[in-house]
Structure formats: structure tokens, C-alpha cells
Design a protein around this ligand. Structure first.
Ligand SMILES: NC(=O)c1ccc[n+]([C@@H]2O[C@H](COP(=O)([O-])OP(=O)(O)OC[C@H]3O[C@@H](n4cnc5c(N)ncnc54)[C@H](O)[C@@H]3O)[C@@H](O)[C@H]2O)c1
Ligand SMILES: [Zn+2]
Length: 362
């Protein structure tokens, strides 16, 4: 049986209101949610892994009413050339301004397909049907699309919102466990910066025992947080920055790990970053030792990494300083002021930052 709840992402500045459907076993509803009969053509963009696991199921739902576009999986394929191939396929099949693209995949597919749809004939309608935990609670929501370019992540892109977003917890059942855990780091982050109640729910959950209905409930809350934050700060001037918690140090670790034989997934690096930035919050007197311990415990329980090799020691700071988001070489931190509450634009002395980094080294 499917449960389905609807929330909305409303961005007044952009005059958009995007319905987000969250539930267990609801993907077949895409036919009605996306009103596919209203469009001249419908395309479904998937990567090879999603096509392998869910290609047959989606074909049974949409049958011959859709064109299926399958691209290679992986971030290395989120390129302008790949977007060009998608555009060429749309053109070949006669897609026009009244056509629709359904992005059925992880964040890579939502970003790539959103970009292709938003530029094809200056923009056609698209729907996001995310299939990873990261994409369901983060990448599919918020209107950012794009591809990597000349070695820079998300360097070319657009702002465009989908007509609807469908988050089905059933689709996560085939996700490799490591990917699932990595996505879970972002769910923990949402709880830490905005929702104490969700934090307690997560702290009580055990991974193995979480069924798809329970997961759908957690998804609903996590998506709700992203919606709320984006709605209030569409231009990333203030509140939206809280979503960067764990990402200042985490992003540096992620990039550094890509030069090693053990590259970390995004959420894995962020979970180490969250420990370091929670430590910084503790060192600057913003959170208690008890809260810090709770944060360490939840990350440990989710079997996410919390430490990184000593060999990273001097590289993390240097990498962070090179981040283009810094103004005048000053890092503006997102810190916690308790569980479920974040503060932005905090400046911190180098001594404390080093101490926080020291803490995560083994
Ligand atoms: N636009 C935004 O606001 C935003 C926000 C965060 C991240 N992102 C982007 O999202 C991307 C990362 O997203 P991701 O972690 O979902 O990566 P991804 O899309 O590459 O998916 C990860 C892996 O899981 C596989 N997969 C996806 N769904 C599956 C399923 N249901 N069953 C089995 N395998 C499945 C994929 O084929 C891939 O190998 C990055 O490119 C990042 O830049 C965008
Ligand atoms: Zn992230």
C-alpha cells in the first residue's frame, strides 16, 4: 500500500510553487502527477544503474508513451557533452516546447536533466523523480541545475524548478548501502541545523529495522526542512547557508580524498566535516559537551566515518582557504547553537579551527 503526502516548495521571488509528493511505492503515480497526457512528448532520463533496477517498472507505467534516454552513470558523466547528447536526443525525437522530461535518477541525473530541459528551446517542463536519498532530500529540490565543466564542479548551469518532485522511498531499496548511508549524512545535517525532533527520531532509529514507510516519514520531514529553508531564502543570502553545516571542512576533505586511492562519497566527507564543525561549536562555547556527544553518537550509529588520516593534517586548512566562497580570506562558518539550531557567518580564530581539525585526525 502506498502512502502519499504532499508538501510544497514555494519561492515567492521566482513565483513558483512546486508540489513534492513523498511516500512509499508511489512512483507509478508519475503518470497522473506529471499529467503526461498533456504533453506532446515525454522523455525519461535515467543512468544505466537506474535503468537496470527500475527501467522495466517505469516502462510498465508509461509504456510507449515515452522516449527512454539512458546515459552512463557517475559524476564524470555530468558534463556539457552529456547534456549535448541529451539535447540531441530530444531534438531527434521531435520534442517541442510542449514536451516534458522526467529526470529519473540520483542527483547527477536531476542536475543533468534539469539543465538540459531548462535550456532546450529556452526551457521545457521537467519533473524530478529522484532515486537516491541525497537527491530526494537535497539535489532534486531547490531549482539548481548544472553540469561540471573544465574540471570545475557545477560550473555551467541554470536556475529552473521542476513542475513536480516525486520522492518514493521504495526506489531506495536498490540503492547500494554505502550510497544510502552517504545520503543519510545530509538527513542528519537537516536535523542538526533545523529540527531537534527529527534528530531524536533519527537517534532512535536503527538502520536495519527501518522499513520503507518509516523511511518515507523521515523523507517527508527532511524534504520539509530543505523546502522551508529554500522558500525563505531563495537567493542564498542568509538562512540557506545553514545547509552548509559540515561542508566547509567536509568539502575540503572530499576534494582531498579524490586525490587518494580511497575517495570518499560526499556524505561521508560531510559526516567528518560535521564532527569537526560541531567540535568548533563546542570549542567556541555554543554547544554543550552532551550535545556534542549526541552528534558523535548519531554519526557512529549510522556507521558514517568520523575521522580522517593524519596525512590530511596540513592540507585541510589550505584547501578551505582556497574556497571561492570566502570573502577576503576569512572563512564564515555555519556553527550549531544546540541541536536543531544553527548560526551563520561566524568568524573563528585560527587556533580554534586547528584544534577542531586536530580532533578528527587519526
Ligand atoms: N542541484 C542541487 O541542489 C544539488 C545538491 C546536492 C547535490 N547535487 C549533485 O548531486 C550529485 C550527487 O548525487 P547522488 O549522490 O544522488 O549521485 P548519483 O546520481 O551519481 O547516484 C549515485 C550512484 O547511485 C546509483 N543509483 C541511483 N539511484 C539508484 C537506485 N535507486 N538503485 C541503485 N543504484 C542507484 C547511480 O547510478 C550512481 O552510481 C552531484 O553531482 C552533486 O553535485 C546537486
Ligand atoms: Zn551536501
Amino acid at each position: 500500500m502506498s502512502i502519499k503526502e504532499q508538501i510544497r516548495l514555494t519561492v515567492n521571488a521566482d513565483k513558483v510553487s512546486v508540489p513534492i509528493y513523498v511516500g512509499n511505492d508511489i512512483y507509478a503515480d508519475v503518470k497522473t502527477i506529471a499529467s503526461i497526457n498533456d504533453y506532446s512528448k515525454v522523455g525519461v532520463l535515467m543512468d544505466k544503474n537506474v535503468a537496470y533496477h527500475w527501467g522495466e517498472s517505469i516502462r510498465k507505467v508509461l509504456r510507449k508513451n515515452a522516449i527512454y534516454i539512458i546515459v552512463p552513470a557517475g559524476e564524470e558523466n555530468k558534463t556539457l557533452a552529456a547534456a549535448g547528447n541529451v539535447l540531441a536526443t530530444l531534438l531527434k525525437h521531435g520534442f517541442d516546447r510542449k514536451s516534458l522530461l522526467i529526470n529519473f535518477g540520483g542527483g547527477m541525473i536531476c542536475d543533468l536533466g534539469g539543465f538540459a530541459a531548462s535550456t532546450y528551446m529556452r526551457g521545457i517542463a521537467f519533473v524530478n523523480m529522484p532515486t537516491t536519498l541525497l537527491a530526494q532530500t537535497d539535489a532534486a529540490i531547490g531549482g539548481k541545475t548544472g553540469v561540471d565543466f573544465n574540471g570545475f564542479k557545477n560550473m555551467v548551469g541554470s536556475f529552473a524548478h521542476p513542475k513536480a518532485i516525486i520522492c518514493d522511498s521504495l526506489l531506495l531499496s536498490t540503492l547500494p548501502e554505502r550510497e544510502f548511508r552517504s545520503g543519510f549524512a545530509e538527513v542528519i545535517k537537516h536535523a542538526l541545523v533545523a529540527d531537534k525532533k527529527l534528530f531524536h527520531t533519527l537517534a532512535e532509529e536503527s538502520f536495519g529495522a527501518m522499513d520503507e514507510d518509516k523511511l518515507a516519514e523521515i523523507l517527508l520531514q527532511s524534504c520539509g526542512i530543505k523546502c522551508n529553508v529554500v522558500s525563505k531564502d531563495a537567493n542564498e543570502k542568509g538562512l540557506r547557508k545553514i545547509l552548509n553545516f559540515g561542508h566547509t571542512i567536509g568539502h575540503a576533505i572530499e576534494m582531498l580524498s579524490h586525490d587518494t586511492r580511497n575517495p570518499l562519497l560526499h556524505g561521508e566527507a560531510i559526516s567528518i566535516g560535521m564532527i569537526a564543525e560541531a567540535r568548533l561549536s563546542l570549542l567556541s562555547g555554543l554547544i554543550s559537551k552532551e550535545d556534542f556527544k549526541k552528534i558523535e553518537d548519531i554519526i557512529e550509529k549510522a556507521e558514517l566515518p568520523s575521522r580522517i588520516s593524519k596525512s590530511y593534517k596540513n592540507k585541510i586548512y589550505a584547501k578551505m582557504m582556497g574556497d571561492k566562497k570566502n570573502e577576503r580570506n576569512i572563512i564564515k562558518w555555519v556553527l550549531l547553537k544546540g541541536i536543531g539550531k544553527a548560526v551563520i557567518d561566524e568568524e573563528q580564530p585560527g587556533k580554534l579551527i586547528n584544534k577542531a581539525i586536530e580532533y578528527i585526525l587519526i
